[in-house]
Design a protein around this ligand. Sequence first.
Ligand code: PHE
Length: 438
Amino acid sequence: MLNNNSRGSWSGITGFVLAAIGSAIGLGNVWRFPNITSQNGGGAFVSIYICCVLVVGMPIMLAEFLIGRKTQRNPVGAFRALRPGSPWALTGWLGVVSGFVILSYYSVVGGWVLHYVLLSLKNSFASRSPQEIAGMFTALATSSSLQLFWHLIFMLLTIVIVVGGVRKGIERGNDIMMPLLFLLLCILLVYALRTEGADAGLNFLLYPRWEQITRVSILEALGQAFFSLSLGMGAMITYGSYLGKETRLVHSALYVVVGDTLVAILAGFVIFPLVFTFHLEPAAGPGLIFQTLPIAFSQLPAGHLVSIIFFLLITFAALTSAISLLEVVVAYFVDEKGWGRARASWILGGIIFFCGIPSAIWGQVFDSMDQLATNYLLPLGAFLIAIFTGWTLSHEERHTEFHGGEITTFAYIGWSFLIRFVSPVAVALIFLHKLGMF
Ligand code: PHE
């Protein structure tokens, strides 16, 4: 039987919450969310998204924390410990596979961000025409060698942090990067909200355009909620497994959910005012932060500094998420296969790097991986986790994991209802729709 010391543990609730928020806040918030929102009805999408987060995301986050802390294991080991010999271990496996898939392309985007940090440091956007600036992204996206180089650097950074272990690597990395991220975000917010396009930008993000909402938007909102909250693949099971019994799960889940959602919206508050100040295209798709914003930076007063701050912020966000993706895979090999942490991190990180090569070379592979993860793997994982927690675990198994008034009776009943009925039905309906069944 493994004990906590040999696996590592958080130093306390702050370390854990910061790490979990670090996992949640990532490219999903600053790159995916503004994109999807701009293309799916602005405020209308934001409202649907917030509903998904509260009704489906929050209960599943609590379920993942609970499974992790109860078993003190990686996702595969956790399901094995709770229901030995049953097929539930496959849910854990699905998580490990999702970690592979997501990190392989996530790291490619992480690499783009690093490239843009360098471009910003070199003040490359200054006195360039919009066409030239947009061309920089096209040049990157069509250069396999450049993308592979940055993908490699990003993976190396991720591996080095994970090798450090739970407390000295992951926790320390988050302790440094997350406060910096919040600070940089505040600086950018003050800056962006004072630009001329602030009103138009906020209006674009928040004014509900219900006519743009389709059923697909709802699927997108749910997939985005899982992706952004790092749910459905055991990242939160893994982080929860390094928790001591004294930590309050409900409070922690609330902090993570609120923090993540706030940062997604605030990222929009930074991006769209800049876009509108310079009359750029707000629904520019994936190029929004790599093509559109640098055009704004090139024309803004102090744009050089702002661009450095902006891309550093995204680097921290991406790295703190990437380490949680790698940690899921590493924890499995450490716990179940008895590998050393350093060996597991280097070997698995290396394999993930190779798996990411096709995404770096072919845009279609990249898109398919992202679609596979957000539309299928994460919702399926989340569905199974909800069914497991709500229907397979007994009331005693669930209830005894909340210690000493950690959850009120009212909240417990509410959570049980959501996790048993609402979350699985919501995900199932959306799946069936996706498969064209209704
Ligand atoms: N939540 C991260 C983001 O928003 C991505 C992620 C997904 C991380 C799943 C871990 C697990 O960018």
